[in-house]
Design a protein around this ligand. Structure first.
Ligand SMILES: Nc1ncnc2c1ncn2[C@@H]1O[C@H](COP(=O)(O)OP(=O)(O)OP(=O)(O)O)[C@@H](O)[C@H]1O
Ligand SMILES: [Mg+2]
Length: 256
């Protein structure tokens, strides 16, 4: 069995995840207390499927158990993330947010009815059920979700500046664990709420305006999705202040 010391340099430690780099390979190690082997296999499957769809995603090299944990080894993409570029060049933030939107619209232009990808609505319905909100709020959110149009666009589900690497004129997308097929405005609502949760409200507003402008979608419509998506993020958000933020966003639109 492979030992963690053989995975190279530890470059990042996240909640329940460690990331190693070694000679062109990036290995993500998932804590078995938070992830099952099938979660890691799903991420690897989605990443491979993304490549089959023609997206630039790192090649999957291997998935294997490591001690009690699980590892996913992929091709290392040598470049800077959009998040790094924004941090290094804050005056160019608008330009990089526009790039994020352009990349997201590229992904969303791809239709998929492939059963490998779960339906976004199914996932959102399940999360609303587990949100811990009261029965009447959950009921309203389920009804609201049901009324939303059914689309089959490839939704990355976690498209934020940390998950995009630029290499000259080319871009690569990381982190396909949450990929589904569904509605583009729901995917935009997810990006918006992730930026807000990351403490970047200004960037989130800039992003939302740019997404609506480029896609010619009414901001009020995306806001309806923001309330649904915010409810689903309650399941995994423990921080008190962030939960308060999500609760505020659920009420963005009167959904009764
Ligand atoms: N294949 C890769 N090539 C180059 N860098 C990578 C690669 N995979 C991950 N990284 C680096 O590690 C960081 C975290 O990786 P990744 O997004 O896959 O993990 P994560 O734990 O899901 O993070 P988060 O959930 O916060 O998005 C990336 O932002 C990037 O800087
Ligand atoms: Mg990531």
């Amino acid at each position: 069995m492979i030992n963690e010391k053989e995975l190279g340099e530890l470059i990042l430690t996240r909640n329940n995840k460690k990331i190693y780099r070694n000679d062109g390979t990036i290995t993500k190690v998932y804590d078995h207390k938070a992830y099952s082997f099938s979660d890691v296999l799903r991420e690897a499957m989605n990443q491979s499927y993304a490549r089959e769809c023609g997206f630039n995603a790192p090649e999957v090299y291997d998935v294997f158990p490591i001690g009690k944990d699980y590892a996913l080894a992929s091709e290392e993409i040598k470049g800077k993330t959009l998040a790094q570029l924004i941090e290094e060049n804050p005056s160019d933030k608008r330009k990089y947010i526009a790039k994020l939107v352009q990349i997201q619209l590229d992904v969303l232009s791809h239709l998929s009815s492939n059963l490998k990808l779960p339906k976004l609505k199914d996932k959102l319905n399940a999360y609303i059920s587990d949100s811990g909100l009261d029965a009447s709020t959950r009921y309203d959110l389920h009804v609201r979700l049901e009324k939303m149009p059914n689309h089959y666009k490839v939704c990355h589900g976690d498209l934020v500046p940390h998950n995009i690497i630029l290499v000259k004129d080319k871009y690569y997308i990381l982190d396909w664990a949450h990929c589904t097929r569904g509605n583009s405005s729901a995917d935009a609502a997810m990006t918006y709420i992730l930026l807000v949760l990351d403490g970047d409200e200004k960037g989130a507003e800039m992003y939302l305006k740019e997404f609506c402008r480029r896609s010619d979608i009414a901001i009020q419509y995306v806001q309806q999705w923001i309330s649904v998506v915010s409810a689903t993020k309650l399941v995994t958000t423990k921080d008190k202040e962030k939960r308060a933020l999500l609760l505020r966003n659920i009420n963005v639109v009167d959904y009764i």
